[in-house]
Design a protein around this ligand. Structure first.
Ligand code: MRU
Length: 363
């Protein structure tokens, strides 16, 4: 593979010169500028998640976990460590509603906080940094594993269509849908990718194309509306997307437009795969109808990249995600393996194995 892109996120320890920081590659500026941003408090992490400087379900969970640790750093010496950290958990939980990985990571951090009752401020801070680092390291490990499981589904010379960005930029550093592709390439398979541009914020065009190109993988960007004819005409072997939340019955919330792609894939008899770690599975929701769908600001559609493209005063509806019903999903790929319909019993088993990482349990 060609050059690795800069890390999506990194933890910088405090030194005598600098406070601790979560260092993020600012994804709002890609592909034009590669700028690293230091988030040194809870609010800058929350803003980074809300404004999509860091985005993608696993990545926002990891970022939020480090944000909680930053809350503990600033609480040192105030006599209000636990209260401040709980407030950080609450603030970060109000950033984006759909990706369950965020709430899972915050639950892990809350459990670490609860388990550290009675510790000194410095001990509490160290405990929370260690918990966030476990979430971070675990995401990298699990994405690698699920990538290997998924790679077995690809032929030796594969053409894949993907939607949005579910790569290293959307995770702690490997990727889910793109992690499958990276694993297949590592195994010596030849993979060509068609990337939907992914209106309105162009995560496919800006981010998926950027990271695939950086890794030397053949990528072609198409307008979202070209997907149907590409699926019909270009010998696409399969569609692979990530997920923001998978309900207990296998319904999948992912970037707006995913449902349409799944319908088109079914119409052309092309497999539609979803790749996600089990931290994306929400067993508390029986079906996708119950998944909260984030609605984002109108200006992302009316003047997304600076130029007004909708008349002033026109109504805009901007849901960030949609739900693909499980019957359109050919397989769900997780770190445990590849599941096919019916999904409910296997997801129950896999979902129950989701541990309290923050307290050091391992999967
Ligand atoms: O709004 P975004 O850019 O955070 O949406 C991201 C997606 O929909 C991804 O496909 C999903 O989070 C999976 S990332 C491995």
């Amino acid at each position: 593979m060609a050059a690795e892109p800069p890390p999506t996120l990194q933890w910088r320890e405090a030194s005598s010169q600098v406070p601790p920081a979560l260092v993020l590659l600012d994804q709002t500026l890609l592909p034009v500028e590669e700028v690293l941003r230091n988030c040194t408090d809870v609010e800058t992490v929350a803003e980074a998640i809300e404004s999509l400087r860091v985005r993608g379900a696993p990545a926002i969970g990891v970022a939020a976990a480090y944000g909680v640790a930053l809350g503990a750093w600033h609480a040192r010496g105030t006599g209000a460590g636990a209260t401040t950290v709980s407030a950080a958990v609450a603030r970060l939980g109000r950033t984006r509603p759909t990706a369950v990985n965020l709430f899972w990571a915050l639950d892990c951090m809350q459990q670490a906080l609860d388990a550290a009752t009675g510790s000194s401020d410095d001990e509490l801070y160290a405990t929370l940094v260690a918990a966030a680092q476990r979430i971070d390291a675990d995401d990298r490990r699990l994405c690698r594993l699920l990538g290997e499981h998924g790679a077995a589904l690809l032929p030796d010379d594969a053409t894949v269509l993907t939607h949005c960005n579910a790569g290293s930029l959307a995770t702690a550093g490997w990727g889910t849908a793109l992690g499958v592709i990276y694993a297949a390439v590592e195994q010596g398979k030849k993979v060509r990718v068609f990337a939907d541009e992914t209106r309105p914020l162009l995560q496919g065009a800006r981010l998926t194309a950027w990271e695939l190109q950086r890794r030397g993988i053949d990528v072609t960007v198409i307008c979202d509306v070209a997907a149907a004819s590409v699926l019909r005409d270009h010998r696409i072997d399969c569609v692979i997307t990530g997920a923001d939340r998978i309900a207990a019955n296998g319904d999948v919330a992912n970037k707006i437009g995913t449902y349409g792609v799944a319908l088109m894939a079914r119409a052309h008899d092309i497999p539609f795969y979803v790749a996600a770690p089990t931290s994306t599975v929400d067993l508390e929701l029986a079906s996708g109808d119950l998944i909260p769908i984030e609605e984002r600001a109108a200006h992302e559609i009316t003047e997304g990249f600076g130029r007004r493209t909708v008349p002033t005063g026109v109504n805009v509806y901007n849901p960030a995600f949609d739900v693909t019903p499980h019957h359109l999903v050919s397989a769900i790929i997780t770190e445990h393996g590849v599941a096919r319909m019916p999904y409910d019993s296997v997801l129950q088993t896999w979902g129950k194995a989701i541990p309290a990482i923050a307290t050091g349990a391992s999967r």
